[in-house]
Design a protein. Structure first.
Length: 148
């Protein structure tokens, strides 16, 4: 059984999952890890944690990018929990929460090396868009957007 919890980045389960995520990203991002880390070590007050049988198995968050644009951040599912639709549940809940907060679109950045994430986001209706903000000119970044 899955349960979704709205919380913030001070939640111990979120910290646990994102620490694992950061370790994973070191392998993915290689020499660029420090560049990306500076944008991930921030307080987030819109966090979703997915629990399976009371165990935290996935997370995601969003923050304001522009007045009507929410940026999805810190999407991660434990490797042993993948393939169960957890990431889709988290993204859907983040989108619903963003709509409740009057955002009209969501953007995100992911690594070009995370091909399964790109496939998932496309399946959920996100489209590749030109890189935005700090990701402009970053060859390993893939930016995506979805309008509500």
């Amino acid at each position: 059984m899955f349960a979704l919890k709205r919380t913030d980045s001070e939640n111990p389960d979120f910290k646990y999952l994102t620490n694992l995520f950061d370790d994973y990203l070191i392998e993915i991002d290689g020499d660029e890890k420090d560049f990306f880390a500076q944008y991930n070590q921030i307080y987030l007050n819109k966090v979703i944690i997915c629990y399976e049988n009371n165990t935290a198995v996935g997370c995601g968050a969003f923050k304001a990018y522009e007045p009507e644009v929410a940026e999805l951040k810190r999407m991660f599912v434990l490797p042993e929990a993948r393939g169960k639709g957890i990431a889709s549940k988290i993204v859907n809940e983040l989108e619903n929460w963003a709509k409740e907060e009057d955002y009209t679109s969501c953007i995100l950045e992911t690594s070009c090396r995370l091909e399964s994430a790109i496939v998932l986001y496309k399946k959920l209706g996100f489209e590749i868009t030109p890189n935005y903000g700090q990701y402009i000119g970053v060859q390993s970044s893939v930016c995506m957007k979805k309008n509500s």
